[in-house]
Every structure is written in C-alpha cells, then in structure tokens.
Design a protein around this ligand. Structure first.
Ligand SMILES: Cc1ncc(COP(=O)(O)O)c(C=O)c1O
Length: 384
C-alpha cells in the first residue's frame, strides 16, 4: 500500500467550507475601466480619482520621476516630490510637519508602533479601523479597548497610568460614518498628559473649512499633543498615507517607524496625484461641502422612505439590514439595478450588525441621488 502524505493545505478547504456554510465567502469583482454602475461604494469622496488634473499630475510625475520610487525612503526613495507633498499636506491640514507612507495602513502602523511601546498604554475606541487594531497589537503596548465615542471611558482608562500613553480614534468611523467626539477626547488626554492620535482617513477633504479635515474643524490641527494619520486614497483620489504632527514626532518616525524604514517609498505617480488633488481642493474648497450635502440628501431620502440609517457626519451613510443574508441580497439587487453599494456584515463588523454602506461624492448629481435612493428603497428587504 502506498503512503499518501497528509494534504498540507487541507485545513484551508475545511475553513472555506465553514465560510461557505455561513454565507461569508468574499470574492473579487474586477471592474471595467469605464464605470458601468452608479458608484456609491468607493471612497472617492470628492470625485477626484479620474479628474483630468489629478490624472495628468500622476502621469507627469511618472514621466519625470519614473514608475517607482526605486528604494526605501532613507535610501533612494525620497524625491523632492515627496518633500513637496509632505510640505503641502502639513500646510493644508495645519500641522508642523508630515511624513508620507505607501499606504494609510502603513501610516497607522508607524504612528502606533513608534509612539506606543512595551510598558506604555494605548486607549483605543471599540469602533476603530483594522489598521489601528493591528498597530496597537504590533506596538506591544498594553491596549485598553474602550466603548465607542466615549471620552469618559478614555479618561478612566488613562487615569493613574504613568509613562507613555496615547488615545487613538478614527475621526469619522469607517463603517457607520459617525464622528468621534474630538474635543472631549482631547480634554480627556490633556488631563493625564496623553497624546491624542486621530485617523482622519474619512475626514480629510470632507470636514473642516475647504476639507482641511476633522482636526482643523475641531481646532486641534497643529496642537503640540496631537498627531493625525491620513490616507491619500480617499478624498485625494490617489494612493498612500501620511502622519502629521509636531516636527519632533515626525523625526522620531523617520528614525524608528519600521513601516517607513523598511518599505519602498510611495510611487511618484501617487505623490503627484495627491499634490494635484490638494491644488484642486485649494482652488475648489466647495467640494467638501458638496460631499456632505450629498450624504445628507441620501440619508434624508432613505429615512423618509422608512429605512433605518445613521445620520452622516461626513460622506459615509450607513443603512441597517435585518440580517447578513438580507444585506448580501440587498447589495446584489442594487448592483443588478445599476447601483454599487458596500455591504458590511460579520466578521467585518464586530458588533454583529449588518449594514449597507453608501458613500456620497461631491460630484453626485441630484438625479443620481434620486436614482440611488429609489433603487435602495425598491430593493430593500421586507424587514429593513
Ligand atoms: C479609517 C481608515 N484608516 C486607514 C485606512 C487605510 O488606508 P489605506 O487604504 O490608504 O491603506 C482606511 C482605509 O481603508 C480607513 O478607512
């Protein structure tokens, strides 16, 4: 009898079977270059990713600087274009200095690992983005996960801690689109000398005067005890991330943040596109308000028709679904009717509440908003 060795990947099939039985299989759906659906699923809040000025800036940067950054930032991957982008981001958002990363994910890992440390304390909102959760884990600091949007809980968690401490929050929570109570969180941090770290991925370009972000809106931009992380991949229509804060914090990151030191620098095209988007946003500051108005109009239409949604604080509109299966079917029916929406269900949402996630864009027309609302309403499951 011949010996059949055990299948080293047999466990993958077991896990896939369990996922399929629970209706939780994820799959990729490559989209064509020309949009064939009304897009309420992307994070292109200002409609800039295909803006001719932004794509031209990307193309010019690639032609001038090359397709790749050629190395890590401390070796050959820092160009004067990166320095220009860092200066422009810091100036636009009102911080002393900025450091650009290859993604927002890497920026969050950098800030949390460089500012947290074994023996330190990180207080993290229960609704924070996965990249923050991973950054807390990688930092090896003690992490206290506190109830959502609760400055008192943050205050209690920080109370009595000696040594390094920071509280971290999304500015606008990516799933429900609600805003963090930044003023209350800043006050709680200041009482115990802790740093406030705010991930403004969904606030940049949408909140604050001319889209300068949630920290500018809260009067916290440039505060000596406040650090922001950003992604360039949402409102700015590009790719990449950044950390903004006091110059000494940025210098510390250059020297210690592993996702900065051991990662190839941001591709020049992405840096060029982000700079192009910032230039555009300075010239057309009304785009930020238009994205918020579009979100409010979507919310108004959906709730007037009896659906349950979270009142949007920025450009994300979250609509409750009765169950995970209903959410999946609802999103699929919207897609068949020509409208792309996001679908969040467990385990992506730890609270177990399934929802559709719609993103408003500054370039949505009134007609598109009406079509989106009527499509969602007619495809809604009976108990929604
Ligand atoms: C709140 C938040 N932080 C960080 C990220 C990660 O940014 P990036 O996609 O640039 O890695 C995202 C994006 O998905 C996000 O929603």
């Amino acid at each position: 009898m011949s010996y059949a060795p055990p299948d080293p990947f047999g466990w993958i099939d077991d896990e896939a079977g369990r996922r399929a039985a629970a209706g939780l299989v994820r799959s990729l759906r490559p989209r064509p270059a020309e949009p064939d659906l009304l897009d309420l699923a992307s994070n292109d809040y200002l409609g800039l990713t295909r803006h001719p000025e932004v794509t031209a800036a990307a193309a010019e940067a690639a032609l001038r600087w090359g397709a790749g950054a050629t190395g890590s930032r401390l070796v050959t991957g820092s160009t004067t274009l990166h320095a220009e982008l860092e200066d422009a981001l810091a100036a636009f958002c009102g911080f002393e200095a900025a450091l650009v990363f290859s993604s927002g994910y890497a920026a969050n890992l950098a800030a949390l690992t460089a500012l947290g440390a074994p023996g330190g304390l990180i207080v993290s909102d229960a609704g924070n983005h996965a990249s923050i959760v991973d950054g807390c884990r990688l930092s090896r600091a003690a992490t206290a996960v506190v109830p959502h949007a609760d400055p008192d809980a943050v205050r209690k968690a920080l109370d009595g801690h000696t040594g390094r401490a920071l509280a971290v929050t999304d500015s606008v929570f990516s799933v429900d689109g609600d805003a963090a109570p930044l003023a209350g969180l800043a006050a709680a941090c200041r009482e115990s000398g802790a740093v406030l770290l705010v991930d403004d991925a969904h606030g940049l370009g949408v909140l604050g005067e001319g889209g300068r972000g949630a920290l500018a809106a809260a009067g916290l931009a440039g505060a000596p005890d406040t650090v922001a992380t950003l992604t360039l991949s949402k409102s700015l229509g590009s790719q990449g991330g950044a950390v903004l804060g006091p110059a000494r914090v940025i210098t510390h990151l250059v020297n210690t943040a592993r996702t900065f030191i051991f990662d190839t620098g941001l591709a020049p095209a992405a840096a060029g596109a982000a700079l192009g988007a910032l230039r555009l946003l300075r010239r057309e500051p009304e785009r930020a308000g238009r994205a918020r108005e579009a979100a409010a109009a979507l919310y108004g239409g959906l709730t007037a028709a009896g659906l349950t949604a979270v009142r949007p604080d920025a450009a994300v509109v979250s609509v409750r679904a009765p169950s995970a299966e209903d959410a999946v079917r609802w999103a699929a029916d919207c897609r068949t009717a020509g409208v792309a929406v996001g679908c969040f269900r467990p385990p992506s949402v730890p609270d177990g509440v399934s929802r559709l996630r719609l993103t408003a864009r500054a370039d949505l027309t009134d007609r598109q908003i009406t079509v989106a609302v009527s499509t969602l309403v007619s495809a809604a499951p009976p108990r929604a």
